[in-house]
Design a protein around this ligand. Structure first.
Ligand SMILES: Cc1cc2nc3c(=O)[nH]c(=O)nc-3n(C[C@H](O)[C@H](O)[C@H](O)COP(=O)(O)OP(=O)(O)OC[C@H]3O[C@@H](n4cnc5c(N)ncnc54)[C@H](O)[C@@H]3O)c2cc1C
Length: 408
């Protein structure tokens, strides 16, 4: 066994891990990035890249944002099509005012993650270890030790960017799965689904049986679609829902979907994965470790989006690591600084989304808002601004907003 020493070990080369390594590209910091897979690799996901993802890439580096805009394996999306529980639909158009491109994109994670991985794989200060599953992490006084193949990797600090089942969290952290703060998600790729909005709107179907959660249909390049279902795990258990059977039943029999799927062909069997949602603050750092992205449970509780926050946490962790190395501090109390910054930047939005998720328990309220917005252009514009802006979004969880709507 040979020992290799680094300044930082990152476990996981998904969006969070790649963002962190990329943000440290100009620093004299020697980094090991370990992933259990080779790239390109699949990741079970809805594949929707919101404006926040694009903005995060530009924020890290304008050239990175521009390279992403040129990367072709993606479908433009200019809005969201909501389907209320009673089947009425509402189209909300978005634009990306900051960067002028589409509001968002849908790109298979096989392609997007490979794009991101390619941005870090040749960095001078990064050594990559692929097809290496970290299954044991030891914190030994002043050193973190990870065993990969015939190598023993050492560093003073480790980053867990290793997703929902993070080994870094399991070995060093405290986060446990809580069904009330965790979603179950399914994905199935299809070809031949018909009836999409001509501007590539993503579709969220808030169907009564799966509330609080939704079925999604997202258009992909080449006439394919990402179809999936996500639901709070506590509700799945309480209502004893067989999610796979439910997805199958909805696309085959639901009055709004049946016709659109009549010429469709499933391209794979249904696949499932967990979504650790950020509806609760967790300890996401400790002695000689930081957790990022899904490992830190940073997924939006209302939309199920996690890629933007994964990248954001990667950028914030990189800033913290620079300070750790400068000040030679890797202890739990110093690392609390990272946790504080993460929640300072993200908690407002996560908390609001938790509030919106709770409102989904009232399907009639959803039907009412959609009806109003379809009748009244200014209500629709107001909703568009609210969904795009955290400060305005706060109104959506206030009863007074609905009262005003009632009498408007
Ligand atoms: C069904 C579903 C639908 C979703 N839809 C969307 C969506 O449309 N838009 C959106 O923004 N978000 C969506 N999400 C959430 C999104 O997928 C995650 O938030 C995002 O992938 C988090 O990125 P990450 O880098 O933290 O983790 P991941 O993307 O999970 O990456 C973790 C990496 O760590 C590696 N790894 C794991 N364990 C080890 C180990 N022991 N040793 C070495 N390597 C390891 C993995 O191979 C992987 O490459 C969805 C999630 C699910 C489950």
């Amino acid at each position: 066994m040979s020992v290799k020493s680094f300044d930082l070990i990152i476990v996981g080369a998904g969006p969070a891990g790649c963002a962190c390594a990329y943000a440290l590209r100009h620093e004299p910091i020697k980094i090991a990035v370990i992933d259990k897979d080779q790239f390109p690799r699949d990741k079970i996901c809805g594949d929707a890249l919101s404006a926040d993802v694009v903005n995060q890439l530009f924020r890290m580096d304008k050239d990175l944002g521009e390279r992403f805009e040129k990367f072709f394996d993606k479908q433009e999306s200019h809005g969201v099509r909501f389907f209320a529980p009673n089947g009425n639909r509402l189209d909300i158009d978005f634009s990306n005012e900051k960067h002028g491109g589409a509001a968002g994109y849908i790109s298979k994670r096989e392609h997007f993650d490979n794009f991101f991985f390619n941005q870090i794989k040749d960095l001078e200060n990064v050594e990559i270890f692929l097809s290496q599953k970290a299954d044991q992490i030891i914190r030994d006084n002043e050193t973190i030790k990870v065993f990969v193949g015939s190598d023993e990797l050492h560093a003073p600090i480790i980053i867990g960017a290793d997703g929902a089942h993070s080994i870094v969290n399991r070995c060093l952290g405290e986060i446990k799965v809580e069904k009330n703060h965790y979603c179950a998600g399914l994905r199935q790729y299809y070809a031949g689904v018909e009836g999409f909005h001509q501007k590539g709107h993503i579709e969220l179907h808030f169907i009564k049986d799966v509330l609080p959660g939704y079925l999604w249909i997202f258009p992909l390049p080449n006439g394919e679609a990402n179809v999936g279902l996500g639901m709070l795990s506590s509700e799945v258990s309480k209502k004893k829902v067989n999610l796979k059977a439910k997805l199958d039943q909805l696309v085959s029999n639901h009055p709004l979907l049946q016709g659109r799927f009549k010429n469709a062909r499933a391209l794979e069997s249904v696949k499932g994965y967990g979504l650790p949602i950020g509806s609760k603050k967790r300890p996401i750092s400790g002695d000689r470790f930081l957790l990022l992205g899904d490992a830190a449970s940073l997924i939006d509780p209302f939309t199920g989006e996690g890629i933007g926050n994964a990248i954001r946490s990667g950028r914030l962790a990189a800033e913290h690591i620079i300070n750790c190395i400068k000040s030679k501090r890797f202890d739990a109390s110093y690392n609390k600084g990272y946790e504080k910054v993460v929640y300072h930047k993200m908690w407002n939005e996560l908390r609001l989304s938790r509030g919106l998720q709770k409102l989904l328990r009232f399907p009639r309220l959803f039907n009412f808002v959609v009806r109003k917005a379809n009748k009244n252009q200014s209500v629709k514009l107001l909703l568009t601004s609210m969904l795009d802006n955290v400060d305005l979004k706060k109104e959506l969880v206030k009863p007074s907003f609905y009262l005003k709507l009632l009498f408007s």
